[in-house]
Design a protein around this ligand. Structure first.
Ligand code: PEP
Length: 242
């Protein structure tokens, strides 16, 4: 089943988040053609989670810490995001890798999400320089190895891997579908032992280009930033086939 994920990043407090949710609920009807997940800022998780109860939209979070509780001021417990209703957790987004030096702890976060009952959406992707240097797959493979190190493969059922070339995020310049297809097929081959793996594409996805990616057999969904911030465009992405 397609998985379309909205990453609102650090946009919208509680009131604005609810307004966006209302706009979306006005535009959708059950059953949805696939799964649609909203990832608001952590401060709006409970509010949005409450509003999404008994609706076909699901909740996800943008980040978690790898411990469940304790003296970790300012961190976000996976158990608490789960309590708010999150079914999914975005992990290792390139903005977290870039601004918060995230990397080695990603595998602990992937495992923590699973242990708390959430499906990780593990983000991987190369920089422009790495792509131009012919190193895209080597970089992504290393990110996958690091992110899954030490995790019992039996736990990794249904994992979503979002291939997001860093240079395509928030730039309006999406990857070539053929490049996304090639990377997705490398990922699928590398993780062929995993049951229920889904590979998503992320990077300037919008209503005008989503079909180019979703038409690819290797791609099972999209992780969307900018175009998820408006009800109209995100609703169009949910109904991309229509
Ligand atoms: C993202 O936030 O993961 C993303 C892909 O953003 P955008 O759609 O704006 O490129």
């Amino acid at each position: 089943m397609d998985l379309i994920v909205a990453n609102w990043k650090m946009n919208y407090g509680g009131r604005d988040s609810l307004q966006l949710v209302e706009g979306l609920l006005e535009r959708i009807k059950e059953p949805l053609p696939g799964e649609a997940v909203l990832c608001p800022p952590a401060t709006a998780l409970f509010m949005v989670g409450d509003r999404l109860k008994d609706t076909p939209l699901q909740l996800g979070c943008q980040n978690i810490f790898y411990e469940k509780e304790g003296a970790f001021t300012g961190e976000i417990s996976p158990d608490f995001t789960r309590e708010a209703g999150s079914n999914y957790a975005i992990i290792g987004h390139s903005e977290r890798r870039q601004h918060f030096d995230e990397g080695p702890e990603v595998s602990r976060k992937v495992e923590a999400a699973l242990d708390s009952g959430m499906t990780p959406i593990l983000c991987v992707g190369e920089s422009l320089q790495e792509r131009e240097g012919g190193k895209a797959w080597a970089v992504v493979r290393k990110q996958l190895e690091e992110a899954l190190e030490g995790i019992n493969s039996e736990k990794l059922v249904g994992l979503a891997v979002a291939y997001e070339p860093v240079w395509a995020i928030g730039t309006g310049k999406s990857a070539q579908p053929e490049d996304a297809r090639e990377m997705a097929s490398h990922i699928i081959k590398e993780l062929s032992y995993m049951k229920g793996l889904r590979v998503l594409y992320g990077g300037s996805v919008k209503p005008e280009n989503i079909a180019d990616f979703m038409a690819l057999e290797e791609i099972s969904g999209a992780l969307v930033g900018g175009a998820s911030l408006k009800a109209e465009s995100f609703a169009q992405l949910i109904y991309w086939e229509k």
